[in-house]
Design a protein around this ligand. Structure first.
Ligand SMILES: [Zn+2]
Length: 316
């Protein structure tokens, strides 16, 4: 894939060289601040301080209160910064996340040759303070030189990414406003540009049958293994497993984990499965999940003991 040049992106070319010493200092400063998911307030405070120093007025800096909507009670919301620029061209969103994984708390970043390491026995936490640092440098270097000849931009410094994109999921998009394009800086090499990703659903399925002694009274039992196996055979036979093509919609699905049973002389009362469904189409993903659920429910209802009892609880 060819990455478009700045000119092709309609970005004004600049003669300003980035001061790499300052960029590195900025990165080291924010990387040294502890900030696991839900505890990003100190990181955000430092970013705000750097932005203010560069001349960004408080009226263009706000928090969106996402920490009140996330599953984890955090001490900080997403930090949203609006930059009017020259008011011309595509409004651009830049984002990076402020939190790190717990092993990076206490990082003491030091420069060793061409690399940065933590001198403490921790992870460095470059993910994603490097993204925050890159965006900050882009802003600060331009504004400090009085250069506002760039398209309007909005920045979101996100919280709680590492625990499941909680900050992004709960971003107050009204505060972000309309954007024409968006770039997220996180992970990977600088040459790698991800422009799309397939959506996926993962399921944990528990099938509960009726236990019985397999040698003495097997008719009293209803096997969870039989229930789950029938469901899988049914899904496979009807084209809902593996490569799924139904009408003009495509996707994939898989039952990848099948666990249960402890002895050959017991009608197995429970099995646990893990499955997934993928498709570019959210509607198709929902359909695949629904077919999987229905197949398990049907199979569980069909497998009964000799009294017709089917104590089959399907939990997906
Ligand atoms: Zn990251």
């Amino acid at each position: 894939m060819t990455v478009p040049s700045a000119a092709e992106c309609n970005l004004p070319m600049t003669n300003n060289e980035v001061n790499t010493d300052n960029a590195l200092d900025r990165y080291l400063t924010i990387t040294a601040i502890p900030g696991r998911s839900g505890d990003e307030a100190a990181v955000a405070a430092k970013i705000v301080e750097i932005l203010r120093e560069a001349g960004v007025p408080d009226s263009q800096i706000e928090f969106d209160g996402a920490e009140t909507r996330t599953r984890l009670d955090g001490n900080c919301g997403n930090l949203i910064v609006s930059l009017p620029g020259n008011g011309k061209g595509s409004r651009t969103l830049l984002s990076a996340h402020m939190d790190t994984v717990p092993i990076c708390v206490g990082s003491q970043p030091v420069v060793q040759g061409d690399e940065v390491h933590s001198s403490a026995p921790t992870g460095l936490g470059a993910d994603d303070r490097a993204g925050c640092g890159a965006i900050l440098t882009a802003i600060v270097e331009r504004l400090k030189q009085g250069d506002e000849n760039f398209p309007p931009a909005v920045i979101s410094f996100l919280v709680q990414e590492e625990i499941g994109l909680e900050g992004a999921r709960n971003l107050d998009i009204a505060k972000v406003g309309q954007v024409d394009r968006a770039f997220n800086f996180d992970g990977g090499t600088v040459e790698k540009l991800t422009i799309g990703a397939i959506g996926g659903e993962r399921m944990a399925i528990t099938v509960t049958g009726i236990p019985a002694h397999a040698g003495v009274a097997p008719q009293e039992g209803a096997s969870a293994i039989v229930m789950a196996s029938r469901a899988i055979v049914d899904l496979d036979a009807r084209g809902w497993l593996g490569k799924v093509q139904q009408g003009d919609q495509a996707g994939t699905s898989n039952v990848g984990v099948f666990q249960g049973g402890e002895a050959t002389n017991v009608i197995t009362p429970e099995v646990n499965l893990r499955a997934e469904a993928r498709s570019h189409s959210a509607e198709m993903r929902t359909r695949i999940v629904s077919e999987i659920r229905q197949a398990f429910e049907r199979a569980a209802a069909e497998v009964t003991n000799h009294k017709g009892a089917a104590l089959s609880l399907i939990h997906i």
